[in-house]
Design a protein. Structure first.
Length: 306
């Protein structure tokens, strides 16, 4: 048997290739969604959709198989997996509980340490404890990070992040229903006035811009696709909390602990699902997608059953 899911086509995906758009909607790899499309498992308003078809406005009916493939054994200490690699860069899929690099007070695994212990060469640029690091994900956020292996790649990627040419796409579950269902949050972020370890929307903070669109709605929450224009610490968490729609499971920023417990969440529902950038040395786009980790996938299924 298959589980049929009905998904309205968001305005932002109208005109996009079906395989790429479906990968964003389902949080799966483009290869996997292409398999669904080739098998005739995707219908748009009664018409089968091919992988290269351009989506029009309407409702997708997607037949998903009940069987879920087993996750591969992580080959790198700390549970990291390699999503893409070449001689200049490596894109890792970071699990929750792993920091980007060592920092005072942190004794757990790090991306830098895990890659180094697995024999991966990183760019000898920047502070020694941050070799190769050109951007970061919070310890409590899973998903994709690119790390530089060579100095030219490090320099080019640092510039790309500074110039905001890197496409960073997150999936998040926010409590309640956002109105409007697509929009932009442009609000400065700085240190929380009463908590040194938190951040908040504050006057005089750093410019911070978040674009969001609702992908799926549930009785008590919404699945969002989020594009970051800037990259402030805790940006998505802070902006959603400021909108009075904190991320599910994010008790630090005001999430409902009862809902978090019901969903089995011990961290915020937030995943760096897609990363795209111009290759730093040879040009051309590198685009990588990531599937939801087990805890977030289980919470999402629970929400669908509420």
């Amino acid at each position: 048997m298959a589980d049929t899911r009905y998904l309205p086509v968001p305005n932002a995906l109208v005109g996009e290739r079906a395989d790429a758009a479906l990968a964003r909607l389902l949080g799966m790899s483009r290869t996997k969604t292409a398999e669904f499309l080739d098998a005739g498992a995707v219908v748009l308003d009664g018409r089968p959709v091919g992988r290269s078809d351009r989506l029009s406005d309407g409702v997708l009916a997607v037949d998903l198989p009940d069987e879920r493939p087993a996750a591969p054994e992580p080959p790198i200490p700390g549970g990291l997996t390699i999503a893409y690699e070449d001689e200049d860069v490596v894109v890792v899929d970071k699990p929750v509980g792993v920091a980007a690099h060592p920092s005072p007070g942190w004794t757990g695994p790090t991306v830098v340490g895990s890659l180094a212990s697995a024999g991966h060469r990183l760019a000898e640029a920047g502070p020694p404890e941050r070799q190769g690091i050109v951007h970061r994900l919070d310890v409590g956020t899973s998903g994709l990070m690119v790390v530089a292996r060579t100095i030219p790649a490090y320099s080019a990627l640092k510039a790309a992040f500074k110039e905001r040419t890197v496409e960073k796409i997150y999936h998040a579950v926010a409590q309640g229903h956002l109105d409007p269902t697509a929009g932009t949050i442009d609000a400065p972020i700085g240190r929380h006035p009463n908590s040194d370890w938190k951040f908040a929307v504050v006057e005089g903070g750093k410019p911070s811009v978040t674009h969001y669109e609702v992908l799926e709605m549930f009785p008590s929450a919404s699945l969002l696709e989020v594009h970051l224009e800037t990259g402030r610490t805790h940006q998505i968490r802070v902006h959603m909390a400021a909108m009075r729609h904190p991320l599910a499971g994010d008790l630090t920023y005001g999430a409902d602990p009862t809902l978090a417990k019901r969903l089995g969440l011990s961290r915020q529902w937030l995943h760096a699902q897609e990363l795209a950038f111009e290759h730093p040395t040879r040009g051309g786009e590198v685009r990588v997608t990531s599937t939801y980790p087990a805890d977030l996938a289980a919470a999402l299924e629970t929400l669908r059953g509420l």
